[in-house]
Structures are given as structure tokens and as C-alpha cells.
Design a protein around this ligand. Structure first.
Ligand code: GDG
Length: 736
């Protein structure tokens, strides 16, 4: 069993000079963190023990060098390159990834570009990754897909293989109102893409909840404690805040003699490090520092801001614009306050060696990180982990994922420039004793929740949800061999009872539940099966006898309408009652239902003899869920002493005279004759009473993948139809 890590970029960067290629390990947070976890797999006692990393190698490679590079990357880095042309990368990476997803997910809708070509290329690149994976994947391999570049990959992969697939998003997942700005095809495509995974992970609880809400509102799928049950499997959505390699940062040697480091020991340093990105709030930071200098002249000459800005996504125009304005601001501040002896802002547009970065962390009095939105922000964690002297003050934006964990830092809202200025003042004056107290608490947390634990928790959680899925669903699945046994038993039996629930079993749960008549195909099948000698069919439904009569009345089957308020036996044309019922309660309940119907646009009432149903399939899913609960409470208080029962169905609430349930109905027909083959199929929760009423030898089958007392599960209505087709073709009667 191997762990296949898939990310847009490989953890190696290729450089070409005169046709020869050099490879260097890339240094990002994800790479160094995951690499350490991967290295620890070798000696581990549990699976997986091996890994392979798939991704783009960072440049286009001429065909003649591809094989040689593939081998080298595989041998030296346990990696496998996915080759993509520059043209594809432009529209995919600079286009859809960084002009559509990145700004939208970071709440910058003004920067978002919607271009159908970008989306097409995004799909193509995801498919390309899928094709590469399919070539190398082996049964049992675990796949872990990373980040916003590959959100379609889990589903694309699921269509081809059955391996466990996990997905982790490194950037924020936005709130519904932001996410819904995407065109419908894209927003549905992305959500369905992610739901192809067994486990979808996010940095914070908020992001997980936003994702679940989007799934509910856009795809109409509910979850229970973050678990979404799909046909045949469950998807778990959970929170995994990424940590840093604490030990490495804690013990790394400092290089005080590094020429890249500031010289003047008497000046306090306020440090900021990030990629050049409009999400990082770099301008806000400069404005905050300027205001601080304005308000605190006593600090002039005694403090400087060391600003490391790492070049990034230079092909995207908005990044070039932000670079110009930030350089203007640096010039403005240095021009306004600087002297021969003092430069207030030291600005470096460069990437520094890791050791230099850590030395800088250790010699900085304050780290000032002001993102306007950031999935996690590893720099904040690295700063604290590097401070083995436990000193230094972290000022951190509340809009970073890291702010949820680093609560002892000075948390600020970067939109409030005044707050940044005051935080700098507070940080520079914070007594050492308090610095140590704050940092100790954070360092302890970072040590416990380091990057290895993060990766390990994710992989363990992925294995767990697969086990749950397999246990809850697969075990009972009506697989081919089993359906073969049912069919043989069926044809060998001399008397058979078949009980079918109507909506969701014989007809799909549709968008127009008030008019879901049976298909011609279904009616013909029921007719043929009913003609098999010794076979009795019972159809149970909450619908009115008029509807059922008009759809199925011409076939001599047993029918129970309105949840059993009315029954029609197969040898009669009359509707009768198992026991007398009263409909007197309806008037009061109708008044209440009308009130709620007025409040919930799209909802409607269907009145029958002894029952009422309240449908809300066309209503807003969230509003319906609130109002439905209120209505349920209202009905309980109103009808406590009246003989009625309330059923919650799929986007329908049914209120009916109490006294008869599906269990009673099953017993009625079971008691009428001796059957040597009994089969019942149902889709709703009221069918559980039916399953419980059956003898142990009966075949009880639940339609849809949920927890059930039925012995078996069948995936959906379509599979029911396929099963009925087989039943229809059986030769019946004793074969021996
Ligand atoms: C994305 C999300 C999320 C920075 N400058 C230098 C350098 N770095 C290293 C840092 C850190 C990493 O790069 C940056 O990570 P961040 O988390 O701060 O930000 P993003 O690059 O935007 O990362 C982010 C992250 O994914 C992980 O999930 O936290 O929210 O946007 O490790 O140390 N490394 C070197 N020289 C530099 O000059 N060597």
C-alpha cells in the first residue's frame, strides 16, 4: 500500500541550462511538512509505508528529455512528473486557478475573471492528472489530493478506481454568498468534484462549515456531523489545522553573520514575510506602520520594519499592480521619515534561504502579519516555533486560519489601520515576562500539533471513513450473487408476497411529487410479476386512493393508500378500512398548515380523506428546514391529545390519523395466507416498521444508502427497476 500525494507542483524545481537539467527540492511549507511525514512512513508499523508524489515539475519539457527526467525524478525524489504544456498552464494556472478561484476564495470578487476557456482548461488539466494517476495506481493505494488546483480530481478518479481518496484545501473555503457567484456549472462541478473524495479536509471549522452549507444549498445534500451519505458511500468533511515542523524550526542553527540580515543591533525590528499577494494585506501593513511612526515620534530612529516580499505569480496583472503601489508606499515612508542613519522600511523583494529566514525570525522583536484572508499562514507558526528563547511578539490578523490557534498573539483586524499602529506600539512595549508567557502557551500547542501529526491525522481519518463506509453500506449491498439467490428462491417458491413502497421505490423521488405517476415500463412489469402463479403484490403509499386507483387500479394488486387509511384487496374493486378512522382533526391542522404555507414560499398542502401532506420541495432548502421544525413543534403541542401521527418524508411532512402503520399493514397481509417467499422494499423511514414486522426469513431491502433495519440495501430507484426486470423474467413454480 502506497500513499500517492498529488499536488499541482512537485516538491522539486527543475532548472535548465544549455539542455541540461538541475533539480532542487522546493522549500514551501507544504513540501517541507509533508516530506517529513513521508520520511517517517518508512519505519512505521502501520500502512502506508511507501509514497509517490505526483505533480507538475515547474516547466515545459521537450519530448526528447521527458523519459530521462521522469526516471531521475522518480529515483531521487520518489516523484512522478505530470507534463503540461505552457499553453495549458497559462489558462489553467494563471487563468482559472489564480484569476478565478484564488481571488474568489479569498473574498476579492473584483479581481475575479470568469472565462469559459479557463474553466475548460481547468477540467482538461484535472483529467490529465487523473489519466496519469490511473496509469500508476495499484489496488489499496491511498490518494491524497492537495489544494484548489485539483478540485475536480477526486470525482474524476472515483469514476475510474475505488481507492481511498482524500482531499485537502490549503486556502479558505468561502461563505455561500461568495461561492455562489460562480456560474452554476462551475459551482456544482467543484462541489461534486470534491465529493468524489472519501475525506475532504479544511484548515478551520469555519471553512468546513461553509463547504457543508454550500453542499446543502447548491446540491441539496444534508450532512450529519459532517458526514454526507451518498449512494453507496459516505464522505466525511472535517477540520485539520496544518502545523509546522516544530522541531526543525526550534533547533535550526542561526546564522548571525549572514549578510542578508540587518546590522544595527540597537534598532528594534518589526518583521514581515510573505509572498507578494493582494491577500496578504501588505499595503495595510505599511499604512499601519506609517501611522505608528506618525503617532509615536519617540520611536523614530529606534525601530525599523524589515519587509521580505517573495516574488510570486508574476504573470498575473493584479500582482504587478500591487507591487508598484507597495514600492510607492515604501518610498513614501522612507522619504518622509528616513534619515542618513535610519531607514524606517527595509524592503527586500526576494526569496531567502531557509536558515536566513529562521535567523531573521530569531532577531526580530515583532512579527507583523496582516493578511486580509489567509487559509492558515504558516509564517506565523514558524516565527513562534523558531523562538527557542521564547521571546518576540506576534501580531496576527484575525482573518488567518492560524489566528484560531495562536490566540495568545496580538490579534488585529487589518482593515483598521489604527489597530495595526496601536498593536505595533503595544508589541514594542510588551514586557519580556509576558512575551515568554504568551509564547510558551503557543509553542506547546505547536509542538503537539506539528505537521507530522497533521498529515498522520488526515491519513488515519481517511482510512477510518473508508472503514465506516464499507461497514455501513457495502456489507449489506444487494450484490449480484445475492440478487441471484433471491431470484432462485423466488422462482422455487410456491406462494410469494412482494411488498413495495411507492414513492422512492417504484417511482423516483422527483421534482414534482404531486404528480409522480408510474412509468409504462413499471406498470407492465408489475402486471407480469403479478401474473406469476402464487404471487401477491402489495403497494403501500401515503398518496390518495384516487391517485393510486387511476395509476394502478387496472392491475389486480393489493393497495394501501393514505398510509393504510384505505386498502384495496387484489380480489376486490372496493376500498375498505382496516379500522374506522376520524378526520375531524383535519380542520384545526389545516388552519395551522395554511399559516406555515404562507410563510414558506413554494410550499403547498395536499388534502386527503384521513391525512394531509405538506410539500416543500420547491422551497429554499434552509428556510424550509427551519420552518419545518417550527411546524413540527407546533403540531406536537396542538395534537398531543388527538389521534394523529406526523411523518417526515423527503421534503414532505405527512399528517395522518394514527392507529395504522406499515408494520400493521404488513401483518395484515402476512396473516391472510401462508407465504414461503416474502420480499419487502421501502425507501422512507416509515418503512423501517415494515421491515421490523417481517419474519427473519423474509428479504427486506432498503432503497437508498442509509442506516436501516433491512437486511439489504439497493442503491436507488434505477437499481430497483433493474431488479424488477430480473424478477419479471423468472420462470416460476417448483423446478424439482
Ligand atoms: C498556502 C495558503 C496556507 C516564505 N518566504 C520564504 C519562504 N517562505 C515559506 C514560509 C512558509 C511558506 O513559504 C509560506 O506559507 P504561508 O502559509 O505563509 O502562505 P502561502 O504560500 O500562501 O500558502 C496558506 C499554506 O498554503 C499551507 O496550507 O497556510 O494560507 O495560502 O513555509 O516559511 N521560504 C524560504 N524563503 C523565503 O524567502 N525558504
Amino acid at each position: 500500500m502506497r500513499l500517492l500525494i498529488v499536488s499541482n507542483r512537485l516538491p522539486v524545481t527543475l532548472n535548465e541550462t544549455n539542455g541540461s537539467y538541475r533539480m532542487e527540492k522546493s522549500a514551501g511549507g507544504l513540501v517541507s511538512g509533508v516530506t517529513d511525514y513521508l520520511a517517517s512512513l518508512k519505519g512505521s508499523t502501520s500502512e502506508p509505508k511507501e509514497y509517490l508524489w505526483l505533480g507538475w515539475p515547474g516547466m515545459s519539457i521537450p519530448d526528447k528529455h521527458k523519459d530521462q527526467i521522469r526516471q531521475k525524478v522518480q529515483d531521487e525524489f520518489n516523484a512522478s512528473p505530470v507534463y503540461l504544456s505552457k499553453k495549458l498552464m497559462d489558462k489553467f494556472y494563471l487563468g482559472f486557478c489564480n484569476k478565478t478561484i484564488w481571488p474568489l476564495f479569498h473574498y476579492f470578487p473584483n479581481y475575479v475573471v470568469f472565462n469559459p476557456e479557463f474553466w475548460n482548461e481547468y477540467k482538461r488539466v484535472n483529467e490529465k492528472f487523473r489519466d496519469e494517476l490511473v496509469k500508476i495506481i495499484r489496488p489499496g493505494d491511498i490518494v491524497w489530493v492537495h489544494d484548489y488546483h485539483l478540485m475536480l480530481l477526486p470525482q474524476l478518479l472515483r469514476e475510474k478506481v475505488d481507492n481511498p481518496v482524500g482531499f485537502f484545501l490549503h486556502i479558505p473555503f468561502p461563505a455561500y454568498e461568495m461561492f455562489r457567484l460562480l456560474p452554476e456549472e462551475i459551482r456544482k462541478g467543484l462541489l461534486n468534484g470534491l465529493l468524489g473524495a472519501d475525506l475532504a479536509g479544511f484548515h478551520t471549522h469555519d471553512y468546513s462549515q461553509y463547504f457543508l452549507r454550500c453542499v446543502r444549498r447548491i446540491l441539496g445534500l444534508e450532512n450529519h456531523m459532517g458526514r454526507i451519505d451518498l449512494p453507496g458511500r459516505a464522505v466525511k468533511v472535517d477540520t485539520f489545522p496544518m502545523g509546522v515542523d516544530y522541531q526543525k524550526f526550534n533547533t535550526m542553527a542561526s546564522r548571525r553573520d549572514d549578510p542578508a540580515l540587518p546590522e544595527n543591533k540597537d534598532v528594534k525590528i518589526v518583521l514581515s514575510v510573505d509572498r507578494l499577494d493582494y491577500t496578504k494585506g501588505i499595503l495595510h501593513r505599511l499604512k499601519g506602520f506609517e501611522l505608528f511612526l506618525q503617532k509615536n515620534p519617540e520611536w523614530h530612529g529606534k525601530v525599523c520594519m524589515d519587509m521580505i516580499v517573495v516574488p510570486s505569480r508574476t504573470g498575473v496583472e493584479s500582482y504587478q499592480e500591487i507591487k508598484s503601489s507597495l514600492e510607492e508606499w515604501v518610498g513614501y515612508i522612507n522619504g518622509k521619515y528616513g534619515t542618513f542613519k535610519w531607514t524606517p522600511v527595509i524592503y527586500q523583494f526576494t526569496s531567502l534561504p531557509h536558515e536566513t529566514l529562521v535567523s531573521l525570525f530569531r532577531m526580530s522583536d515583532v512579527a507583523l502579519l496582516t493578511p486580509l484572508r489567509d487559509g492558515m499562514n504558516l509564517v506565523a507558526k514558524e516565527y513562534i516555533a523558531s523562538r527557542n528563547d521564547k521571546k518576540g511578539v506576534l501580531i496576527l490578523s484575525e482573518f488567518t486560519g492560524a489566528a484560531k490557534e495562536l490566540i495568545e498573539s496580538i490579534i488585529i483586524n487589518p482593515n483598521n489601520i489604527e489597530e495595526i499602529a496601536d498593536a505595533i506600539d503595544l508589541a514594542l512595549n510588551l514586557p519580556e515576562k509576558e512575551q515568554v508567557l504568551r509564547n510558551e502557551a503557543m509553542r506547546e500547542r505547536l509542538e503537539r500539533h506539528d505537521v507530522r501529526k497533521w498529515a498522520n491525522d488526515f491519513v488515519e481519518s481517511l482510512k477510518e471513513i473508508r472503514t465506516v463506509s464499507e461497514y455501513a453500506f457495502m456489507k449489506k449491498f444487494l450484490i449480484h450473487e445475492l440478487s441471484g439467490k433471491i431470484l432462485t428462491d423466488y422462482s422455487k417458491a410456491s406462494s410469494r408476497l412482494l411488498i413495495f413502497n411507492y414513492d422512492g421505490t417504484l417511482v423516483p423521488l422527483g421534482d414534482k411529487p404531486l404528480s409522480s405517476g408510474p412509468s409504462r415500463e413499471l406498470v407492465d412489469m408489475l402486471k407480469t410479476i403479478n401474473e406469476h402463479p402464487g404471487t401477491d403484490i402489495v403497494i403501500l403509499s401515503g398518496r390518495s386512493r384516487e391517485e393510486l386507483e387511476s395509476w394502478l387500479g387496472h392491475i389486480p394488486v393489493n393497495i394501501a393508500a393514505e398510509h393504510g387509511s384505505w386498502i384495496r384487496e387484489d380480489d376486490s374493486e372496493q376500498w375498505t378500512q382496516l379500522k374506522p378512522l376520524s378526520g375531524e382533526w383535519k380542520k384545526d391542522v389545516l388552519t395551522v398548515l395554511e399559516m406555515y404555507t404562507d410563510r414558506l414560499p413554494g410550499s403547498e398542502i395536499n388534502e386527503m380523506d384521513y391525512s394531509l401532506s405538506w410539500h416543500y420541495h420547491r422551497s429554499d432548502i434552509e428556510q424550509a428546514s427551519y420552518i419545518r421544525r417550527e411546524l413540527a413543534d407546533h403540531l406536537i403541542s396542538l395534537t398531543a391529545n388527538v389521534g394523529i401521527q406526523v411523518f417526515q418524508g423527503n421534503k414532505v411532512m405527512q399528517i395522518t390519523s394514527s392507529g395504522i402503520n406499515k408494520g400493521d399493514l404488513a401483518r395484515h397481509w402476512l396473516g391472510s395466507k401462508k407465504y414461503d417467499f416474502i420480499l419487502a422494499m421501502g425507501a422512507g423511514w416509515s418503512d423501517e416498521l415494515l421491515f421490523q414486522a417481517l419474519p427473519d426469513t423474509a428479504y427486506s431491502i432498503k432503497v437508498g444508502v442509509t442506516q436501516t433495519d433491512a437486511r439489504y440495501i439497493i442503491k436507488d430507484h434505477e437499481d430497483v427497476m433493474n431488479f424488477l426486470k430480473k424478477l419479471e423474467q423468472q420462470k416460476v413454480g417448483r423446478q424439482d
